[in-house]
Design a protein around this ligand. Structure first.
Ligand SMILES: *Cc1c(COP(=O)(O)O)cnc(C)c1O
Length: 397
């Protein structure tokens, strides 16, 4: 199997797996209990908290472990909205957020909040002037992702943080794709709340965190026991948290090396695809881009068909169009950067980790060339296009 879907989830790394193993059958005490076996579990949780905090320049008592990125996004946005409704009911986000943010905003709209969805340019970079124009006296929250999960575009967080600060507005960022992959600093970027997830970083699924800057007053999202300083109830997921801490430690230690390797692989992949597959384009920003992300559109093909045929060759990939409720909706991200419905449907996302190899990419591009040729040969649209618009010489390039 060739795994090129690391933006969807990652393999748990061997080091992380070793680190979490003792916490299932041996050190299984509830970390909140008072006996010493529990104390040892709590010590492991607190060590993980320090590692998780260090990755973004936070204090460990500003980290709250959650069940994942979705919970952290829901919590940050809903709790900030509730805590600040005396000041106003206006929220600003971007048009290309993850559904964990967009659907939370939609839910708040039903409760009387107003949301502005600031646009992005053709590469997916937030239009800062549009963001600034959207700010009103009753704006209580700006929530903009650190890096996009589909096209990999990295947002100007420090500029957004400065704008939020200037206007006295809370700034939350969904950093699920960025955390541990690119440098982040909550102080330098003036971030008040930050969501991260473990499973996008070689830790187990079902682990995540919300960073909440000291002094930011938002309530609980999950009510119950007094865990996480009474801000997030529920028995601590010791193994998951330890895994997240170890993944954070490794990411901090290896970020530069991993990013360099991923960038090298990514640029090789992009170069081969754009040169060898006609009528292909790269979606997202060429430079302001996550090290492991490549996203393409191919004219005259359906992304879903490409995925199925890649799967038959043992290659795991993803497309920009998600099949929801029986209807094929093109990706909101690809539409927001100006792609036509046709181009958005013909998109393919390949996301790498430092574990991928050049041989895997060579195999993938070779298969992809065959698959796209085969699909185009069956496409009436393509046949029509060739008859009327282009000569064979132009197609062969
Ligand atoms: C994966 C992802 C999430 C959701 O995180 P989970 O831990 O799977 O709940 C949120 N935002 C972005 C940008 C993501 O890529």
């Amino acid at each position: 199997m060739i795994y090129l879907d690391n933006a969807a989830t990652t393999r748990v790394s061997e080091e992380v797996f070793e680190a979490i193993k003792p916490f299932f059958c041996e050190q299984y005490a509830n970390p909140s209990a008072i006996y010493s076996a529990a104390g040892r579990c709590m010590a492991a949780v607190e060590a993980a908290r320090r590692q998780a905090a260090a990755l973004v320049g936070a204090q460990s008592n500003e980290i709250y472990f959650t069940s994942g990125g979705s919970e952290a996004d829901n919590w940050a946005i809903r709790a900030a909205a509730e805590a600040n409704q005396g000041k106003g009911r206006h929220i600003i986000t971007s048009a290309i957020e993850h559904h964990a943010v967009l659907h939370t905003c939609k839910a708040l709209e039903k409760q009387g909040y107003e949301v502005t969805y600031a646009g992005v340019d053709e590469n997916g970079v937030l239009r800062l002037e549009e963001l600034e124009r959207a700010i009103r006296p009753d704006t209580i929250l700006i929530t903009v992702m650190a890096a996009n999960n589909e096209i990999g575009t990295i947002q100007p967080l420090a500029e957004i943080g400065a704008l939020a600060k200037k206007h006295g507005i809370l700034f939350h960022t969904d950093a699920v794709q960025a955390y541990g992959h690119i440098p982040l600093d909550v102080d330098a970027m003036q971030i008040d709340m930050l969501s991260a997830s473990g499973h996008k970083l070689h830790a187990p699924k079902g682990t995540g965190l919300l960073y909440i800057r000291r002094g930011v007053k938002i309530g609980s999202f999950i009510y119950g026991g007094a865990q996480e300083r009474s801000r997030r109830a529920g028995t601590l997921n010791t193994a998951g948290i330890v895994g997240m801490g170890e993944a954070a430690r490794l990411a901090r230690e290896r970020m530069e090396e991993n990013a360099r390797r991923e960038r090298e692989l990514r640029d090789y992949l992009i170069s081969r695809v754009l040169h060898e597959i006609p009528y292909s384009r790269l979606n997202g920003d060429a430079d302001r881009r996550l090290p492991g992300n490549a996203n393409f559109s191919f004219r005259f093909v359906e992304g879903e068909s490409v995925l199925i045929l890649l799967d038959q060759q043992g290659i795991c990939a993803s497309s920009g169009s998600a099949c929801t409720s029986g209807a094929l909706d093109p990706s909101h991200v690809l539409l927001a950067i100006g792609l036509t419905h046709e181009a958005a449907h013909g998109s393919l996302r390949l996301t790498l980790s430092a574990e991928n190899t050049r041989e895997e990419l060579d195999y993938t591009v070779d298969r992809l060339k065959e698959i796209i040729k085969r699909l185009r040969d069956m496409s009436p649209l393509y046949e029509d296009f060739r008859k009327h618009n282009r000569t064979e010489a132009e197609y062969v390039q």
